[in-house]
Design a protein around this ligand. Structure first.
Ligand code: NAD
Length: 502
């Protein structure tokens, strides 16, 4: 069976006697590779390699660092089919979806091609007699990223592209469930001209995460995953003096106003709720119609649309979504469906028991739809992360806003309306980090930044865009005086008070 191990100093690294675990193909429900799990020693090797390589990389001028990104972008585009297939086979998402993920990752790389401009500092002339001030952005040194299973290419690219182009060395700990694509990204970056050691990959589980959090040479940690682990990473990393950004779980709402274009809203909601089998932190698992008439009209249309969905293996070009990632995750989603039933929600469409001929061992679930879900139900409060859509009815826009605001998560939200005033009011008041107006999955483009509020995000700076550049650099400000040589100029007096620019 194929073996996947680490990538350090520009080459594969395997350690004899290491712990291993299988990597599954979710469509087949069968192992397809063996993953070697790292430990503190592998982390130490990766960090040492990064620490030794980083100063020289930081000294390369930003235009040349950007050229590596230009070439990396070209290679990613050239290898799109191969990378999409790797994603589909380990994650289970369908190929078109995998290509969409890759494209959003490539967009970040493209943004990073602008590094010479993005890294420019600031300069103020003559802030005092003979005094000028300038600020510059300098890299942090060695930084690390820990990524989730659901975007095995895009989320690593959110982190490693800005980190590297800013002059840092990066250590990546990918998800142990779909680790292959990260290895390929590293190879392509080396091919693009990145010096060995600037991107190292340590595969593994919590053992590697803890070793990264505790390593004194790692200056910053970027994390994306579930909320519990995000909070743990944030607290443990910060306690060790590191800069940490930690994105967590989500439960995004789609508020549907009575004046919305219902056919368009249904198409958007079904795609956003069930695409990628609901395994997106920007999925739309809660639909919230405003008013009983909107709810009834929406319900009828949703039932029709769901009946027409096609679930299939990840390589089936007709399939709209594939299996969930693993057998335990399938069981977890099923247990939430049962919980919804037990809590008294109306199970309108039950996706359990779905089986695909010839792929009976695959981790498939059909689409599930609940109506009359209420805000106190645990199945509503918690993230399910599967192809399950819950309808929560609101009587008014105010009630909808209150319910969204009371929800513990605040990653994304969407409103469907034709009324500009309603949309504007909603976008301004809502306690959520990313808002869509008639846009079901409002993942910001590469030159804005991505981040949720409340229990969806810990730390101050968001992913990618200018926040990505800020996160991976620190500002140094120089105040300089060059005494004037002009005839008659007096030397400055001794001064014991706090300096001011009078
Ligand atoms: P996860 O939290 O299980 O794993 C994320 C990373 O943390 C992995 O690399 C994993 O190895 C590591 N990890 C897992 N358990 C750990 C532990 N006990 N101690 C230390 N490290 C540990 O998340 P996942 O299941 O891979 O991904 C799905 C989750 O990620 C969902 O909750 C989803 O909403 C969230 N997510 C959030 C965003 C966002 O930007 N907000 C984006 C994508 C996914």
């Amino acid at each position: 069976m194929r073996k996947i191990a680490h990538y350090v100093q520009g080459e594969a690294l395997s350690v004899a006697g290491a712990r291993t675990q299988p990597v599954f193909n979710p469509s087949l429900g069968a192992p397809q590779a063996t993953l070697e799990l790292g430990d503190g020693e592998v982390v130490a090797r990766a960090v040492k390699s990064a620490r030794l390589a980083q100063p020289e990389w930081a000294a390369v001028n930003p235009q040349r660092r950007a050229r590596v990104m230009f070439e990396f972008k070209r290679l990613l585009e050239a290898h799109m089919d191969e990378l999409a297939m790797m994603l589909a086979e380990e994650h289970g998402k369908v190929l078109a979806d995998a290509k969409g993920e890759l494209q959003r990752g490539i967009d970040i790389v493209e943004f990073c091609c602008g590094a010479p401009h993005l890294l420019k500092g600031e300069y103020s002339e003559r802030v005092g007699p003979g005094i000028d001030v300038y600020s510059m952005r300098q890299p942090l040194g060695v930084v690390a990223g820990i990524t989730p299973f659901n975007f095995p290419a895009m989320v690593p690219l959110w982190m490693l592209a800005p980190a590297i182009v800013c002059g840092n060395a990066f250590v990546l700990k990918p998800s142990e469930r779909d680790p292959s694509v990260s290895q390929r990204l590293a190879e392509l970056l080396i091919e693009a001209g990145l010096p060995p050691g600037i991107l190292n990959i340590v595969q593994g589980d919590r053992v590697v995460v803890d070793a990264l959090l505790d390593h004194p040479d790692i200056k910053a940690i970027s994390f994306v995953g579930s909320t519990e682990i995000a909070q743990y990473v944030y607290e443990r990393g910060a306690a060790r003096g590191k800069r940490v950004q930690a994105m967590g779980g989500a439960k995004n709402h789609g508020v549907v106003m009575p004046d919305a274009d219902l056919d368009q809203a249904v198409a958007d909601i079904v795609g956003a709720a069930f695409g990628s089998a609901g395994e997106r932190c920007m999925a739309l698992p809660v639909v919230m119609p405003v008013g009983a008439a909107t709810a009834e009209a929406l319900r009828a249309r949703l039932i029709d649309a769901i009946a027409g969905l096609r679930v299939g293996v990840s390589t089936d070009p007709q399939a709209q979504f594939g299996p969930v990632v693993s057998a335990p995750h399938k069981a977890r989603v099923e247990s939430y469906i049962q919980l919804g039933v037990d809590e008294g929600a109306e199970l309108v469409v039950d996706g359990r028991g779905f089986s695909l001929q010839g792929y009976e061992a695959g981790y498939f679930l059909g689409p599930t739809f609940f109506d009359h879900v209420t805000p106190t139900m645990r199945s509503y409060q918690e993230e399910i992360f599967g192809p399950v859509l819950q309808m929560v009815r609101a009587a008014s826009l105010d009630e909808a806003i209150r319910l969204v605001d009371q929800h513990p998560y605040g990653n994304g939200v969407a409103i469907f309306t034709r009324d500009g005033d309603t949309a504007r009011e909603f976008a301004s008041r809502i306690e959520v980090g990313m808002v869509g107006v008639n846009v079901p999955i409002p993942v910001p483009v590469a030159y804005h930044s991505f981040g949720g509020w409340k229990r969806s995000g810990f730390g101050d700076l968001n992913q990618y865009g200018m926040d990505g550049i800020r996160f991976y650099t620190r500002t140094k400000t120089v105040t300089q005086r060059w005494p004037t040589q002009a005839a008659g100029a007096e030397p400055a007096d001794q001064s014991f008070h706090f300096p001011t620019m009078r």
